[in-house]
Ligand binder design. Structure first.
Ligand code: NAD
Length: 509
């Protein structure tokens, strides 16, 4: 069943306003930021952009709040995040509505995004009692050597359109329990979702007695992000987005010796070995490559299939691609929603043209759907392109559903192909051979931050550290010990003897 009807922009505006009213977050109209929906391409609301002066004031307020928040015991700080998690549970469907309206995600993925926010809140609450330091054996008698983690300061969060709420929660839930305060510059494409998140956190703060200024929201374009990058009161800039953005933000923050946590683009591959369960692999590949209309940082963009199974695998994939329901993301039958903008669609067309000019062969998809029903919306058929080698466009991340397919003979060759791109976010191997799986995940295997076996490249869960190497930026967020990026380490040596002993047996006086 191919959904062919789309809701009207008016209906989507009403739905968004109803949600905002329930959250007590209806914004005043203004100008500078336009809320729109990729479902129809229509405009929803005009909002006031944050001025440079107001942004300055927001950083000052967050900095002042930090000076008191850092002294609140961490488990008490956790109470704020626990309340935020409760409010997210209560308003899960509301927030998911805004994610679908502004980012175009299908219903189950939008709900999944809010679930991920709930999960990180739970994780951070646990963390609030586990910000462990170490005690280290001192070489000196009567001395104790310890390492303690202290709150860092204001965290500037810059986020992308494609996870308009979860990336904020990953950063904010952890930063808050670590004793930091947050100033958030969301994507200019998803302001309503940002207003809703900000409002829920403000409620949680009011209800738990935390200062409101632990969080401030800046609505506007990259200029506000640049302001965060340049402000010495912002101790850490956690920026999620394109490599282009990271190349600009990284050096600016480094110039003032600030810290960055960069979560940038990916160019993720899956290797399918001869022993793989091809049905399982095909299902995983279709979700990873076509899900979210190819607009995840972990989207599968390169398929490296063993030459003995490539044909059978491609038969399964082209047949599945031919049946993908594309259209209204609110329709439960839909699996592929719209691209975010016309520029995203232009980028997809350009990549397909370039791939063909470079000798690639289109095996499936690539067309546009629903252009008559909604000329300002861009619904693309996920595409599969057979390529030879990885020299041209295949090396780039095109933020759209294009899967480039190539074949390999030996696993070493497949690993080399996996690693031979500038990005290093996510990777997968499909195999039932333990030796192959272990090699792929070993030091001489995939060079990515995320290495999966028998699941696709996308859909990470809270608990593991998330991020990637090389041009992906090197940052790690959300799970494991990623919290350390949000704190500063202090090493203390305490002499509890009545003698002065110098290290390394140095004698003096
Ligand atoms: P984008 O780079 O266009 O924008 C991201 C954010 O950065 C926006 O808020 C934008 O206003 C801001 N920005 C842009 N240039 C800036 C500058 N010079 N200084 C300060 N701020 C600036 O990205 P997008 O199109 O919104 O999102 C898609 C990209 O994000 C893809 O490349 C995707 O792979 C990446 N992404 C990465 C992760 C990850 O965790 N690694 C997660 C989600 C998205």
């Amino acid at each position: 069943a191919l959904p062919s009807t789309l809701p009207s922009t008016d209906a989507l505006r009403r739905r968004a306003l109803d949600v905002l009213a329930r959250l007590d977050a209806v914004p005043a109209e203004g100008h500078g930021v336009r809320a729109r929906t990729p479902i129809t391409g229509g405009s929803l609301l005009d909002l006031a952009a944050t001025t440079a002066d107001a942004a300055e004031e927001a950083v000052a307020a967050a900095h002042a709040a930090f000076l008191t928040w850092r002294a609140v015991p961490a488990p008490r700080r956790g109470e704020l995040v626990r309340r935020l998690g409760d409010l997210l549970r209560e308003h899960k469907a509301d927030l998911a509505d805004l994610v679908t309206i502004e980012a175009g995600k299908i219903r189950s993925e939008a709900l999944g995004e809010v679930q991920e926010m709930i999960d990180i809140c739970d994780f951070a609450v646990g963390l609030s009692r586990q910000l462990y330091g170490r005690t280290i054996a001192s070489e000196r008698p009567g001395h104790r050597l310890t390492e303690t983690w202290h709150p860092l300061g204001v965290v500037g969060v810059i986020s992308a359109f494609n996870f308009p709420a979860a990336v904020w929660a990953w950063n904010t839930a952890v930063a808050l329990v670590c004793g930091d305060t947050v100033v958030w510059k969301p994507s200019e494409l998803t302001p309503l979702t940002a207003l809703a998140c900000d409002r829920l956190l403000a409620r949680a703060a009011d209800e738990t007695g935390a200062p409101r200024e632990v969080h401030r929201l800046l609505l506007g374009d990259r200029v506000l992000g640049e302001l965060l990058a340049d402000d010495p009161r912002v101790a850490l800039v956690s920026a999620t987005g394109s490599v282009r953005m990271g190349r600009q933000v990284g050096p600016r923050v480094a110039a003032r010796f600030g810290r960055t946590l960069l979560e940038l683009g990916g160019n993720n591959a899956a290797v399918v070995a001869p022993s793989a369960d091809l049905d399982l692999a095909a299902s995983a590949i279709v979700f990873a490559a076509a899900g979210t209309a190819g607009q995840r940082c972990t989207t599968l963009r390169r398929l490296i299939a063993h030459e003995d199974v490539a044909g059978a695998l491609l038969d399964r994939l082209t047949s599945a691609y031919g049946r993908l329901p594309i259209g209204d993301p609110f329709d439960d039958a839909t699996l592929v929603g719209p691209l975010i903008t016309g520029q995203a669609h232009d980028a997809m067309r350009h990549a397909l043209d370039t791939a063909r000019a470079e000798g690639g062969k289109l095996l499936a998809g690539g067309g546009r759907r629903l252009a008559q029903a909604a000329p300002a919306a861009f619904y693309a058929e996920p595409a599969i392109v057979r390529v030879e080698g990885q020299n041209g466009i295949v090396r780039e991340e095109t933020f759209a559903p294009i899967l480039y397919v190539q074949t390999y003979r030996t696993l070493d060759e497949a690993i080399a192909l996996n690693n031979a791109v500038p990005q290093g976010l996510s990777s997968s191997v499909f195999t039932r051979d333990v030796g192959e799986a272990e090699l792929f995940t070993s030091a001489t295997g995939s060079d990515c931050g995320i290495v999966n076996v028998n699941i696709g490249t996308s859909g990470a869960e809270i608990g593991g550290a998330f991020g990637g190497e090389k041009e992906t930026g090197g940052g790690r967020e959300s799970g494991s010990d990623a919290w350390r990026a949000y704190m500063r380490r202090s090493t203390a040596t305490v002499n509890y003897s009545d003698r002065l002993t110098l290290a390394q047996n140095v004698s003096f006086l």
